[in-house]
Design a protein around this ligand. Structure first.
Ligand SMILES: Nc1ncnc2c1ncn2[C@@H]1O[C@H](COP(=O)(O)OP(=O)(O)OP(=O)(O)O)[C@@H](O)[C@H]1O
Ligand SMILES: [Mg+2]
Length: 344
């Protein structure tokens, strides 16, 4: 197939996405596909006559390792020389239209929140992952939590606080303060006292006007992939220090991931069925990864679902696939095959 792998963009997860995209492009090439790796924000800077010609040239992108902190997006934006404000770079849609499918290796914000999915639908361009509605519902933690609550899916008690409104949400301490539509734990704090609360809120508001303040759940962290409606193996995540923050997510060796998670068959089954339910309640197509915390009473709280989960060397879905005997390349092909089902 001719495939565009779209990565980068201007979300706080830009660097993570470039790493995902680079790995996906390499794996798809090794499996015989013709791949153009494109940065969705910068577009294509190569000259070409017909976009089809690019697939023979296999345009690449420079890899950048994921740093300990998220990139400064204002600096990235200043680097682009384009005479319009579009968050898509020049020629991106045209090149994607020339492909058989676009593999979305984008994470966070535009890319994962449904806007790009809707734009591609309107333009008649095929892409991997969920459609616009599931993407939007899963991206917005405030909406997801409401849907969890009315579907009997346990989620930490919490409320959404908006910039400019009464900022103090009394959910008790410790609590967690996080941007409503963030990812990779950017802007997320665990708050132990009233003194820490205001600065945590200020940090989250740097990223978004809506912020989730929720009950802190002390317990074990689990995550489960769902592929084509069926749960993948469960992973337990154990950061060596602190919580599963940006640094612990992407610096190799800072977190232990156990797959399959050392939990009973009964709990494995419960969390897998729960993940399939989350996938359907949020109207997610193709694949996703659902994040949980389990307390010492065995209660399982759903935090969120990710519709374009990471595909980096430390990412979780590739580890689940490996436990099922699938290589990274086979996983990429599987994502393409199940994503095509939404076009039937
Ligand atoms: N209510 C909570 N109680 C305890 N820890 C929490 C809670 N909410 C979030 N966390 C911690 O913060 C991390 C990030 O939270 P969450 O998964 O909700 O957001 P995210 O930034 O969208 O994550 P992702 O990178 O998976 O997109 C979790 O993996 C967990 O370690
Ligand atoms: Mg998460």
């Amino acid at each position: 197939m001719n495939i565009v792998v779209l990565c980068g963009g201007i979300s706080t997860e830009r660097d993570v996405s470039i790493t995902s995209g680079t790995m996906v492009a390499k794996a798809l090439r090794e499996r015989g596909h013709k791949v153009v790796l494109l940065d969705s924000f910068f577009g294509c800077t190569e000259a070409y006559e017909k976009p089809e010609d690019l697939f023979a040239r296999e345009i690449r992108q420079e890899t950048i390792p994921v740093g300990e902190k998220e990139p400064d997006i204002e600096k990235i934006k200043a680097l682009r020389n384009q005479d319009n404000e579009s968050s898509l770079g020049n020629n991106v849609l045209e090149i994607c239209r020339a492909a058989d499918i676009t593999f979305f290796a984008l994470h966070g914000d535009e890319g994962e929140n449904g806007k790009l999915q809707a734009a591609f639908d309107v333009a008649g361009i095929k892409y991997t992952g969920s459609g616009y509605l599931g993407s939007a519902l899963a991206m917005n933690k405030s909406l997801s939590k409401k849907l969890f609550e009315c579907s009997g899916i346990l989620t930490p008690a919490g409320i959404t606080v908006y910039a400019g409104e009464a900022p103090y949400a009394d959910v008790g301490f410790p609590c967690v303060v996080k941007p409503c539509s963030g990812g990779s734990s950017v802007g997320t704090s665990i708050v132990k006292s009233r003194e820490e609360y205001d600065s945590a809120l200020e940090l989250s508001f740097k990223y978004e006007r809506a912020v989730i303040v929720e009950q802190y759940i002390k317990g074990r962290e689990l995550t489960v992939g769902v592929m084509d409606g069926k749960a993948m193996p469960v992973i337990e995540i154990i950061p060596k220090e602190g919580f599963y923050n940006y640094k612990n997510k992407y610096q190799a060796g800072l977190t232990t991931e156990l797959c399959p998670a050392p939990i009973s068959d009964e709990i494995t089954d419960r969390v897998q069925r729960l993940s399939e339910k989350v996938n359907s309640v949020l109207m997610i197509d193709a694949y996703c990864r659902v994040d949980y915390l389990m307390n010492d009473k065995g209660e399982i709280f759903c935090l969120e679902a990710n519709t374009l989960p990471g595909m980096t060397p430390t990412s979780l879905i590739p580890q689940m696939a490996q436990a099922q005997g699938k290589s990274f390349g086979e996983l990429c092909d599987e994502i393409i095959i199940v994503s095509m089902k939404k076009y039937r």
